[in-house]
Design a protein around this ligand. Sequence first.
Ligand SMILES: *Cc1c(COP(=O)(O)O)cnc(C)c1O
Length: 333
Amino acid sequence: MVQLSDIFAAQKTIAGHADNTPLIPSPFLSQKTGQQVLLKLEITQPMGAFKLRGAINAIMRLNDQAVGVTCCSTGNHGRAVAYAAQLRGLKAVVCMSSLVPKAKVEGVEQLGATVRVVGQSQDEAMAESDRLSREQGFVEISPFDDENVIAGQGTIGLELLRDRPDIRTLLVPLSGGGLAAGICVAAKAINPDITIIGISMDRGAAMAASIRAQRPVELDEVASLADSLGGGIGMNNKLSYPLCRDMLDQLVLVTEEEIYRAMQALYFEDRLVAEGASVVGVAALLSRKINIVGPTATIITGRNLDMDLFTNIITGNDVLLGEYHVKGQHYAR
Ligand SMILES: *Cc1c(COP(=O)(O)O)cnc(C)c1O
């Protein structure tokens, strides 16, 4: 299991590659909630998302015999793996489903990795990356169910509590749970009384459904504004599922409409460009699905989004997600 000491070790390994990111106050959210709300800006990482932490930690620890690396990804993990593989001079093959936005596919290719687009879901992409590792000896790096990845993401928890030891509540975007698991291990070791809430979109939230069912379950994957939160947790999940199940204090689900509004609010009020997955904590606060007491931080996890989609959202236009229609609305406080 991942321990606090692994996360301190990861902090040393990733230093100089992944950044210590800023923690800034949101006057708007603080005023809305009556509590101090802070934003941890992982959007300032070199490749625009926190996934660099875990990928660098995992790839720097490979021995020199590794021929190459492979992974499945909803976009940001693939980009991080491609980036880290390039640092080590390793070949990288990233498997993604056809649900992954074009901007994310191109981001991976620009870093010199090979992209395989396979199937309609993250689970199908995972099967392809499993096959590559079995048949061609590539080292497979899970986006969330890997102790080095979890330890890398956990460094966010160390930075948060170093900068603000008085934080009472953390709101963490939740998909496969590598981020939440790492943050839980770090933050709860430092302050056992801290409350950590996992937040997902209400359509296809596999971790939330698995925790409720008390075993990993599969859900149909559908298009979402929070595309980086799509995909399953793996039916043989060994680490991120038990850690999230045992350590998260609460789970909250937000709608596409709430995500849309939170993207607008973060842009107009805090002047930040953030992808849908990043703003689910903000969405939960604005929709009053969470009552907070004391200083609260949420992680703004990434900014890798399609700018045409973003322009449509801030303009208040309708957005079509597969069959699902998010009705446009101009931003208003
Ligand atoms: C991967 C990702 C998440 C979720 O992280 P998990 O470890 O899969 O729970 C959240 N936001 C962004 C931008 C991501 O890329």
